[in-house]
Design a protein around this ligand. Structure first.
Ligand SMILES: [Zn+2]
Length: 269
């Protein structure tokens, strides 16, 4: 035991050699030449005293800066993997130009309170261009910044992965590992048996692991409930108990932007 401690102390001192301006105080301990804080402490064991290195203010600051850097790198990595469309990494609540609307506030609150074990499923529905995907991407980014894993995907993206995979099961299983999954533009795909089966399997994979999922769809809840398509009905009944429907309304933001650009061009002529 004492031998092990001696080795540990020797190794620790070896790894923490004095810097150029460090000096020894009257107590025989090493002091930092920069912040003047003590860099060693005394440990007595079986009547023998050893010195062990401890962190001065500079060391603590350096360690904190390194941890912050590593955290930022990790978040960047996670965002890189979360979106296949790199532009979506930049969708944040800060860049939301309709911050004031209720649904934007609700989305921000959802991200701030996100808990993989408790958060609800969301069905963001509404017309084209009302910002459903934007809000879902904002939530995805904010959740990643809190350290959770997330992925923003679509059925057509998953279909490509299935097509390339030797074992389809691994594709569905991989969807279970994320704390949050966003399925963008659900039901935009062809209504073939094949595509509907994929939709059902994706939804089912998330249902079985009971992890929060956000679905954006250009379709209303009524459309789903009364859908003449039996597959859609089956899918909706699977998620009905979990999902909280959010209607996203407003003018088509893409059209508004296009009009503004065109008007700007006119007036500058
Ligand atoms: Zn120091």
């Amino acid at each position: 035991m004492i031998r092990a401690f001696e080795t540990l102390a020797a190794k620790a001192n070896e790894a923490n050699k004095p810097n150029e301006n460090d000096y020894f105080g009257e107590d025989g301990l090493l002091y930092c030449g920069k912040c003047n804080e003590v860099k060693q402490c005394k440990v007595t064991m079986l009547e023998k005293t050893y010195t062990m290195p401890i962190m001065c203010a500079c060391d603590k600051a350096e360690k904190a800066a390194l941890e912050k850097y590593r955290w930022k790198e990790r978040i960047e990595d996670m965002k890189e993997q979360a979106f296949s469309d790199g532009a979506l990494k930049n969708c944040t609540f800060e860049t939301d130009d309709s911050k004031g609307r209720l649904v934007s506030k609700k989305a921000r609150q959802y991200a701030e309170e996100f808990d993989p074990a408790k958060s609800k499923w969301l069905l963001m529905y509404g017309d084209c261009g009302t910002g459903k995907s934007f809000l879902a991407a904002c939530i995805c980014n904010a959740v990643i910044e809190r350290g959770f894993s997330a992925r923003f995907t679509s059925i057509s993206e998953i279909e490509s992965e299935l097509w390339a995979a030797a074992d389809k099961g691994t594709v569905y299983n991989s969807l279970k590992k994320y704390d949050l999954l966003v399925i963008d533009d659900l039901f935009a795909e062809r209504e073939t048996e094949y595509m509907m089966e994929i939709v059902y399997n994706v939804v089912n994979a998330r249902y079985n692991c009971r992890k929060p999922t956000i679905i954006t769809a250009n379709i209303s809840v009524a459309d789903l409930v009364d859908s003449p398509n039996a597959n859609k009905k089956r899918i909706f009944s699977r998620i009905a108990e979990l999902v909280e429907p959010w209607k996203i309304s407003g003018k088509d933001r893409r059209l508004v932007k296009l009009k503004q650009t065109l008007l700007g061009q006119k007036s500058s002529k």
